[in-house]
Design a protein around this ligand. Structure first.
Ligand SMILES: *Cc1c(COP(=O)(O)O)cnc(C)c1O
Length: 379
């Protein structure tokens, strides 16, 4: 699914000395590399504050703690996403309210958000799934009308742009009150272990969060709030700082691969290729609208699981993200949920399949993957 070795080979000459520097100066925690990376990421994203932390799940949790959400507050998020999003909501004793997604872009459905709002609703967590932004303009409007916080789960879309209807472009994760991302190795900007970050343009919230990540300390040994210990270590920051200048090219390589996949599958009736939205028809490099964390097809009329097995048998890794809707996961069952409200997610879990997607895919590999897929479909 990913080729981290191939990617490393291309940047070894910058990554190795960057790591070596940390080892030599032994500033393993909160060293200068962490600060450098933070500043460089702030510039790249065009956001006032980046607060690095230990992983993407922590980033989401800390964002919610920073906003002062309290037990019983309802937080609306997508039914079709990785469990981390709903997990932290539940951990903080907030009430997750899962809603359905769109059939075309897999992102949280605006009408479903509106239907789910109650007097207890305090926040919306859109997940920019597979590398493309949710409809942030509509989400921010709803949030404003109902006085809700918006926390963007940007774990899969770092570097993507969101295009407003007036043409203005903003980096994913910097639109809501706060954004959270992950630097897990397979993400679009991945380190060599765990890592994450929180983004915000709000000075007060940034200050609050900087204390929370460090045991609730704003002054050494003065614990003003209950915090956590969540740090990006210096070695990971060294890797990320060396990779950040390559991010746009990495995302471009992913789009190139997606274009080739799309072209190969164009006339295959049982395959629906991923749809780009937010004002972008097709896949272009001018607006960075989609960064293809995953390349996800919908398969109709043939057995998706048999296709997945066949691809695996032919040496092609593939994945089903996600095979079970969150509202049907044991940990998140809620008697308020009604199956009829999850029509799209319930269908997507049966239809989706993600093909290998990374920065090192070459034409020969794409040819093999697409021809093997098509041959199976054509029987
Ligand atoms: C990866 C991911 C996370 C969690 O990130 P970790 O760094 O693994 O904790 C959260 N949300 C989504 C949508 C993700 O894909």
């Amino acid at each position: 699914m990913v080729d981290l070795k191939g990617q490393y080979a291309g940047i070894k000459d910058v990554v190795n000395p960057s790591i070596q520097e940390v080892i030599e100066n032994t500033a393993f925690i909160n060293g200068p590399k962490v600060h450098d990376f933070q500043k460089n990421l702030e510039t790249y994203l065009g956001v006032k504050h980046v607060i690095p932390c230990a992983n993407g799940t922590d980033a989401l949790q800390i964002a919610m703690m920073g906003l002062g959400l309290e037990p019983g507050d309802e937080v609306i998020t997508a039914d079709f996403t990785f469990a981390a999003t709903v997990e932290v909501i539940a951990l903080l004793k907030l009430t997750p309210v899962l809603v359905d997604v769109n059939e075309d872009d897999f992102n949280i459905n605006i009408e479903a958000i509106k239907r789910a709002i109650t007097p207890k609703t305090k926040a919306i967590v859109p997940v920019h799934l597979f590398g493309q932004c949710a409809n942030m303009e509509a989400i921010m409007e709803i949030a404003k009308a109902h006085n809700l916080f918006v926390i963007e789960d940007n774990a899969q879309a770092i570097g993507a742009n969101y295009t407003y209807s007036n043409g203005a472009k903003v980096k994913a994760g910097t639109i809501g009150h706060v954004g959270a991302t992950s630097f897990f190795p397979s993400k679009n900007l991945g380190c060599y272990g765990d890592g994450g970050a929180i983004f915000t343009n709000d000075d007060d919230l940034a200050h609050t969060i900087r204390g929370i990540v460090n045991h609730g300390m704003y002054e050494r040994y003065h614990h003003d709030v209950v915090g956590v210990n969540s740090r990006l270590d210096s070695i990971q920051a060294a890797v990320l700082d060396a990779k950040l200048p390559h991010l746009d090219n990495y995302n471009k390589a992913r789009r190139n691969a997606a274009r080739k996949y799309n072209a190969a599958f164009k006339n295959i009736e049982s395959i629906t290729t991923p749809k780009t939205v937010n004002g972008c028809e097709g896949i272009c490099d001018t607006c960075d609208c989609h960064v293809f964390h995953q390349y996800t097809l919908k398969i109709k009329g043939i057995d998706r699981d048999a296709l997945a097995k066949h691809l695996n048998d032919q040496g092609i890794p593939c994945g089903v993200y996600y095979p079970i809707p969150l509202h049907r996961q044991k940990a998140y069952l809620d008697e308020r949920y009604n199956e009829a409200d999850f029509e799209v997610t319930n269908q997507l879990v049966k239809d989706v399949i993600s093909l290998p997607m990374h920065t090192e895919l070459d034409d020969e590999q794409i040819e093999y993957i697409t021809s093997t897929t098509i041959k199976f479909i054509n029987g």
